[in-house]
Design a protein around this ligand. Structure first.
Ligand SMILES: C[S@@+](CC[C@H](N)C(=O)[O-])C[C@H]1O[C@@H](n2cnc3c(N)ncnc32)[C@H](O)[C@@H]1O
Length: 283
């Protein structure tokens, strides 16, 4: 375990490295976070001090040390059907409406992006809704595979967990009513639950840094970017929402986290209320 209190204060160097890697700006007031999340990693790296650790991370051509730092310094808090209202809106209005557009031949299929999807509960919550809607005859007779869901995140460890679709008892209990667990998950070794294949295959995961161009992902009918922009500075947020607006189809929707709002970009998004949830409709 590295002792941050010894020697010169090199925390600003570490903070700058993290900001460059994932755009998350953590200052001196978050010293405890660096200590808690990187203390062991720095200790195990054998670095004699923070400048040496950064030098090791920069010179590691495998990128493994950089990935460890990103995994450790990003916050992955997430759970099933996080904030109730948007999920009611998706289930009762938006997803059936998008299905009807496919049925009417207006679109070949529906594409959904979950930007910063963490361990997958958010994109899988959409996949679960699609299966429920389909089996209750509320998806215009479509198979859920008419929908493609992509989850992106910067954190490789978190994306690996997402791709397994396997969750601990504690993770399953967070926001997922027993009905869903019993209908769509198998109980698996180690007191875990694994999402069944037909639901899992609706979602694919890709590693992307929101600092980079997202154009190669294509365009989307619905984009979720929830509980991540809160970590970014205003100028980066502005640039991010411009790039996100570029990959949402006209008439498509964007959904933010329950405590987030967008006060810029009024020329490209119209604030729209569906049921009791706020969506940003691409003009
Ligand atoms: C708090 S979680 C939000 C998860 C989910 N969207 C939700 O609302 O429940 C934030 C996620 O953003 C990811 N993240 C942070 N910075 C990122 C970046 N620059 N590019 C892509 N993902 C990033 C983290 O790895 C983490 O999984």
């Amino acid at each position: 375990m590295f002792d941050f209190s010894k020697g010169a204060n090199h925390l600003p160097l570490l903070s700058q490295y993290v900001a460059e890697a994932c755009c998350i700006h953590l200052g001196e007031e978050k010293r405890y976070l660096f200590e808690m999340r990187l203390g062991t990693i720095i200790g195990e790296s054998g670095a004699k001090d923070i400048p040496d650790f950064i030098r090791l991370a920069k010179s590691d051509l495998t990128g493994k040390l950089r990935d460890k730092i990103i995994d450790a310094m990003t916050t992955h808090e997430t759970y099933w059907f996080r904030d109730t209202n948007p999920w009611t809106a998706l289930e009762e209005e938006l997803l059936p409406q998008l299905a009807a557009e496919v049925r009417a031949g207006k679109k070949p299929r529906i594409r959904i992006l979950c930007a910063a999807c963490s361990s997958g509960q958010e994109p899988y919550s959409i996949a679960l809704l699609l299966h429920k809607l389909s089996s209750s005859g509320n998806l215009s007779g479509l198979d859920p595979s008419s929908f493609e869901i992509i989850g992106i995140d910067i954190s490789p460890g978190t994306l690996f967990l997402a791709s397994t679709g396997r969750y601990s008892q504690l993770e399953i209990a967070r926001g997922l009513p027993d009905f869903w667990r019993d209908a769509y998950f198998d109980s698996t070794p180690g007191n875990t639950w694994t999402l069944r294949e037909p639901v899992r295959r609706l979602v694919s995961f890709k590693r992307r840094n929101l600092q980079d161009s997202l154009a190669s992902l294509g365009v989307f009918d619905l984009l979720l970017c929830r509980n991540v922009a809160i970590y970014f500075k205003d100028d980066f947020k502005k640039d991010l929402f411009t790039r996100l607006s570029d990959i949402i189809l006209p008439g498509g929707h964007m959904l933010l986290g329950g405590t987030e709002s967008l006060f810029t970009h009024q020329n490209v998004f119209k604030l729209t209320r569906i049921k009791n949830a706020i969506f940003y409709k691409r003009l």
